[in-house]
Design a protein around this ligand. Structure first.
Ligand SMILES: *Cc1c(COP(=O)(O)O)cnc(C)c1O
Length: 399
């Protein structure tokens, strides 16, 4: 029995072009985005222009983190203190955290066994809550039928903000993730698709929303330097009415990110090769269900999920333990307490408890694994073989 010895949190190094660009910024010392000399375009501005072009958005703003982008998006879209915000019951802590930060009240929507928002429950919760905002989290890169979701939200006047922390570079039916809703938010934190340690990006075609987000991010009265920003007339009323809640991105991070953005599509192909190797290795494992991926979805699979449907908690825990003993780190969203990066709707105690039976059932059997690009295809074969053996051993012990 071979064990796995790879490191699940080891990302690739920053590309050489990014290291060199970062050195140039450090050598001239102008790290703040508004600190430029005559004729100079700040790295942050160049990144915004390039990212807007990449997703086909009119406007882009670079900020301090993905979570900051989400909270700023809600406020820029007009959320007021105490307003309800629909969101996935299965997502990570920065999502309800951003809603709370913006003064909103999360209303959870069930997820399906394929880990996307349940559109029947969405319709029901729109009706029962009267919420006017949806913060849709493409959790772990799984994209819901966006045409159906937008039809529901448009018909009810619900404004959609997309959390694309796991879908940068992905698309639904050719439309880039983040471009269906009013605002798309992305993260450039180390474990996402491009890595600046911390960082976020926000895109929209709505000039008023972009002007408000820009003021919120802490632009002072320097917003005219935002080449990918809203036209300066847009700021006329907004600039004095919007608080400055500092959350800018600096030129050092932007410099590191620009070459990574250029390489993102190719990285996506590599991630997906690894994902498909995992899928292949686990196909037809008794007791294990793979996640269905619709043909309209072009994903970038930086992580891998499967479920052990209808299994007892103890048995799922046993699989996790046995895999861990062989070097395979599976995260389990069904545990009683959140550990590491996992978290559950019922562990966010600042939100009123909500009954989510369907989501709880899915989470009880849900296993989640990082898939860093430092893993080879052979590594994926070994990972799948180990999971297959251990799932099989625990499953059979049961019969
Ligand atoms: C990481 C993450 C975020 C927020 O990103 P940060 O840059 O860490 O603030 C939002 N949503 C999900 C689902 C995430 O995993």
């Amino acid at each position: 029995m071979r064990n796995f010895t790879g490191n699940f949190t080891q990302q690739e190094p920053i590309p050489q072009a990014g290291i060199e660009a970062a050195m140039r910024v450090m050598q001239h010392g102008r790290l703040h985005r508004y600190n430029v000399v005559e004729g100079e375009v700040a790295e942050a501005v160049s990144l915004e222009l390039e990212f807007a072009a990449y997703v086909g958005a009119k406007y882009c703003l670079a900020v301090a983190s993905g979570g900051y982008a989400l909270a700023a998006a809600l406020r820029a879209a007009g959320l007021e203190q105490g307003n309800k915000v629909l969101t996935n019951a299965f997502t990570l802590a920065p999502v309800p955290g951003a809603i709370a930060n913006a003064g909103g009240v999360p209303v959870f929507v069930e997820v399906t066994q394929d880990l996307v928002m349940d559109l029947n429950d969405l319709q029901a919760k729109i009706t029962s809550s009267g919420a006017q905002f949806l913060m849709l989290s493409h959790m772990r890169g799984h994209i819901v039928d966006m045409d159906a979701l937008m039809a529901i939200c448009d018909a009810s006047g619900v404004l959609v903000i997309e959390d694309c922390a796991h879908t940068m570079g992905a698309n639904w039916n050719g439309v880039p993730s983040g471009r269906h809703g009013a605002i798309g938010c992305y993260s450039t934190q180390t474990f996402k698709h491009i890595n600046s340690g911390e960082g976020g990006l926000l895109v929209t075609d709505n000039a008023d929303m972009m002007a408000r987000a820009t003021m919120l991010s802490g632009s002072y009265m320097l917003y005219e330097s935002h080449a990918a920003g809203a036209p300066k007339e847009t700021f006329k009323d907004i600039s004095l009415d919007t608080p400055n809640c500092s959350g800018r991105m600096d030129n050092l991070r932007a410099a590191i990110l620009r070459p990574q953005l250029t390489g993102l599509d190719l990285q996506g192909v590599k991630w997906n090769e690894r994902y498909r190797r995992m899928e292949m290795g686990l196909r037809d494992t008794v007791g294990l269900r793979l996640i269905l991926r619709p043909t309209e979805e072009y994903y970038i699979a930086s992580s891998f999920q499967f479920t052990l449907p209808d299994w007892d908690k103890d048995k799922v825990r046993e699989v996790q333990k046995r895999c861990a003993a062989r070097g395979v780190e599976l995260k389990w969203f069904g545990g009683d307490k959140p550990t590491g990066f996992t978290s559950r709707h019922d562990s966010w105690r600042y939100v009123d408890a909500q009954d989510m039976p369907q989501t709880d059932h899915v989470l009880t059997g849900l296993m989640d694994m990082r898939l860093p690009l430092t893993f080879s295809l052979d590594d994926c074969d070994l990972l799948a073989a180990i999971i297959r053996e251990e799932v099989g051993a625990v499953y059979q012990a049961d019969c």
